[in-house]
Ligand binder design. Structure first.
Ligand code: NAD
Length: 296
């Protein structure tokens, strides 16, 4: 079998189109412009690229983008004061603090200082609890993007065996909660899992979020399974730098029924879901009907 390629780039474009349509309606019918504030502390090159890309895509869908670039030495008190100001700013519907933060800042403290209703990354402890108990929450962007692609491909996920490899707070755990919410039978595998190949072979859906280049070979994948590759790993091959995922795309394509490529799979969906979360947060804040299909 040669797997169908799930085109995250094209799907992300349709999500952005939906968001843009809703933003236009909010402007026309309610005189509201959704606004996203992104806070970057320091000059980490990868974070700078992400923040620039987020700002550009935010304005492209018609929303306001507010960028706050702070010095690497910024104190926790100053950062918390900025978050407080953004929490109280009615023009700001979403707040994202770009991670990782410099070592002297307590990430949990900072994230939990964001108003949960504006926490478009879905990392605030209240949103984690709401998601875990099946209540309406802000959902972390990367797993939300994975869920959207899976629903689009399969329709219902009910009763499917899902294996999530990785138990991080930003991808693995929320991904497992979302799959459980869609009635999958979910296993979370991690670095201490015994006989990982056998666990993965059970899965109708495999989500790999590990951060190890091409660690999942094709013979771990059940015939016809759907493989969602979250990993983004930079490797040197044939003297060139290349981006690869956590699964070996070539061999997994032989056994899977469908698979996301890297790049062009989960990656583009993450920012699209950030925009979706911002418009959702704006609708909730203003008691306006939420767009359909943009939340979990
Ligand atoms: P993380 O380092 O926080 O977590 C990795 C997880 O993998 C851990 O829970 C660990 O237990 C597990 N693990 C490590 N070695 C393992 C092994 N040998 N077998 C099984 N499990 C193992 O990473 P993260 O933040 O969840 O990110 C994972 C990957 O996803 C990274 O490559 C990251 O760059 C990528 N990522 C991509 C996006 C996107 O937008 N596409 C977003 C977030 C993260």
């Amino acid at each position: 079998m040669t797997a169908q390629r799930i085109d995250g780039k094209a799907f992300a474009a349709t999500v952005r189109e939906k968001v843009a349509g809703h933003v236009a309606r909010l402007k026309e019918e309610n005189d509201i412009i959704p606004g996203l504030a992104v806070v970057l502390v320091g000059e980490d090159p990868a974070s700078q690229v992400y923040v620039r890309s987020k700002g550009k895509q935010t304005t492209e869908v018609g929303m306001n983008s507010y960028e706050h670039k702070l010095d690497v030495e910024t104190s926790e008190a100053d950062l918390l004061a900025l978050i407080d100001q953004l929490n109280n700013d009615a023009k700001v519907h979403g707040i994202l603090v770009q991670l990782p933060l410099p070592k002297h800042l307590n990430e949990n403290l900072v994230i939990n200082a964001i108003d949960p209703a504006k926490d478009v990354d879905g990392f605030h402890i209240s949103n984690v609890g709401l998601l875990g108990t099946g209540q309406k929450s802000m959902v972390p962007c990367t797993p939300l993007g994975c869920l959207m692609m899976l629903r689009d491909h399969h329709g219902s996920l009910s009763g499917m065996e899902a294996v999530v490899i990785g138990r991080s707070n930003i991808v693995g755990k929320p991904m497992a909660q979302l799959l459980l919410g869609d009635s999958c039978t979910v296993t979370i595998a991690h670095s201490r899992t015994k006989d990982l190949p056998e666990v993965v072979r059970r899965a109708d859906i495999v989500v790999a979020a590990v951060g190890r280049p091409e660690m999942v070979p094709g013979d771990w994948i059940k015939q016809g399974a759907t493989v969602i590759d979250v990993g983004i790993n930079r490797i040197e091959r044939d003297g060139k730098t290349k981006l690869v995922g956590d699964v070996d795309f070539a061999s997994c394509s032989e056994s899977a029924g469908a698979i996301t490529p890297v790049p062009g799979g989960v990656g583009p969906m993450t920012i699209a879901c950030l925009l979706a979360n911002t418009v959702t947060a704006c609708c909730r804040a203003n008691d306006v009907a939420e767009p359909e299909g943009l939340t979990a």
